[in-house]
Write a protein that binds this ligand. Sequence first.
Ligand SMILES: [Zn+2]
Length: 255
Amino acid sequence: MRLTALPAFADNYIWALVADDGRAVVIDPGQAAPVLAAAAQQGWVPNSILLTHHHDDHIGGVAELQAHFPAVEVYAPVEPRIAIPAHRVGEGEHVQALGLGFHVVSVPGHTRSHIAFHTAEHLFSGDSLFSLGCGRMFEGTPPQLLASLRKLASLPAQLMVCCAHEYTLSNAVFARHVDPTNAALSQRHEEALAMRRDDLPTLPVSLASELECNPFLRTNTPAVQAAVSAHLGRPVTDEVDVVAGLRHWKDGFRT
Ligand SMILES: [Zn+2]
């Protein structure tokens, strides 16, 4: 089984897991062209498509892929804004593809129906979790966002996180602003800078690394709580308030 990140749009990745016989699972194909090009070049055939949420940069290529590969099975959250024939899946269910089980977890926050998928090795988090950050809270509430982040943080730490955007460097600047004495974070930032200089993706990254470095997974730490408190000018220790303060701070943060 081989994992590939296909760049799409300005900073999206379409992830593909490809079996030795060429069958592939494709996650969040916002565009068809990168998938069609890779499939033609490398001789693989999409067998399943997994969708994490309804945003067009995650689902925009599905119809064209279904036209090219009529047998492809599509799995999506229960969400009327995904107007595509699909198997609907939710929390606790799992999808079988390429002999692997993809477990579904419900992670509202970025959108209210966002889901993530994980195997024993990989976590496909869509826009719910980025390296050193998380998706904007467009529809969810702070308690939902915190619960979703906690759910992701409780998954096996060896999972490799495959998120849908290359935002690591800009997230790193904010994360270091929040948590300036975190040595693991400084090291991750340096490594990510080197990867981008070589035009390599900074992903996937282990969940273990994110637990050490990502401030949105560290709202229970004194360092992150102190930074949010200083930013808001009042003491904040309730994690719902910490995650809400952090998310709002990041939304207005310009590097
Ligand atoms: Zn999105």
